[in-house]
Design a protein around this ligand. Structure first.
Ligand SMILES: Nc1ncnc2c1ncn2[C@@H]1O[C@H](COP(=O)(O)OP(=O)(O)O)[C@@H](O)[C@H]1O
Ligand SMILES: [Mg+2]
Length: 274
């Protein structure tokens, strides 16, 4: 399989963070995933691209325990994820952002980020938002962690504003911050630049690279924006109709005849970029 080939100059390879193997997922009459296999290495930015309906979000829904596949295995470190519930998987250290923003629009940036901390909070969400008894010391640690994320994602100027009042691109950044606030070991980004203008896209791209390079956090990013993926990802899996067509470096993928035929079409220009 392409996905398990050693990369050039590499002799041994660290154990993958994530092993997604031969996953089949169907809904009555629709096969969303039809034998999908890939691995994510430590510190890697792994992208999944494909046209609408290809099965990208379904991969995330399997990974986060929303859907249970009919076949296949999903291993995260030593843990088998299939059959685990979404909150258990979140506690194991997998955080995600959504294709459509899912934030509390009437709460402030800080409070939305605090909600990302509640996984670490034995006193629950209500205590996280208030100052109940023994929760106080924990609360201070959480506030500090949240302020670090505010700095990292350059959100300071909006920190006390309700999220619903902020520009779209900043809301997407807050959602990224909330995922980071849970201190994940693997981050899933579902179309992180969908609907963004050029400036917002460039900002988001920069933060995604900072997360990889400064935090060393492995990520799976789903996108249909080919250009962004070509620029950012370490490796890419191209899927169509729930099947992987090719997995490899951006250059390998962009020059693969099957990929060009099935997906790139007029976007053939990506070959020049790489
Ligand atoms: N809950 C569901 N019920 C029925 N069909 C679904 C469901 N979720 C996804 N699908 C179908 O599975 C296929 C893949 O969808 P999805 O993973 O959302 O694609 P993508 O994110 O690549 O656009 C589509 O044909 C979609 O209609
Ligand atoms: Mg999708």
């Amino acid at each position: 399989m392409t996905a398990t080939e050693a990369r050039p100059g590499e002799t041994t390879r660290a154990a993958p963070v994530l092993n997604f193997e031969d996953v089949v997922l169907g809904f009555d009459g629709v096969t969303a995933l039809n034998g999908v296999t890939f691995q994510v290495d430590p510190g890697e930015l792994f992208a999944v691209i494909g046209p609408n309906g290809a099965g990208k979000t379904s991969i995330f829904n399997v990974l986060s325990g929303v859907y249970r596949p009919q076949r296949g295995t999903v291993r995260f470190g030593d843990e088998d994820l299939i059959g685990r519930r979404p909150h258990t998987i979140a506690r194991l250290g997998i955080a995600r952002t959504f294709q459509n923003i899912e934030l509390f629009s009437n709460l402030t940036v800080l409070d939305n980020l605090m909600l990302g901390r509640h996984l670490h909070h034995p006193y629950g969400v209500l205590a996280a938002l208030g100052w109940i008894g023994k929760a106080r010391r924990n609360e201070l640690a959480n506030r500090e962690a949240v302020e670090e994320i505010v700095d990292f994602l350059e959100l300071a100027q909006w920190r006390r504003l309700p999220v619903g009042l902020l520009p779209y691109g900043v809301q997407k950044r807050v959602e990224l911050g909330r995922a980071l606030a849970s201190q994940p070991k693997l981050l899933l980004l579902d179309e992180p630049v969908a609907g963004m203008n050029l400036e917002e896209t460039e900002d988001m791209a920069r933060f995604i690279l900072d997360i990889r390079d400064e935090l060393g956090l492995p990520m799976v990013m789903v996108e249909h924006d080919m250009g962004l993926v070509m620029d950012l990802a370490d490796r890419i899996m191209v899927i169509d109709f729930g099947r992987p067509i090719r997995t490899g470096t951006p250059k390998e993928v962009a020059t693969d005849p099957d990929v060009v035929r099935a997906y790139l079409g007029e976007e053939h220009r990506v070959v020049e970029r790489s």
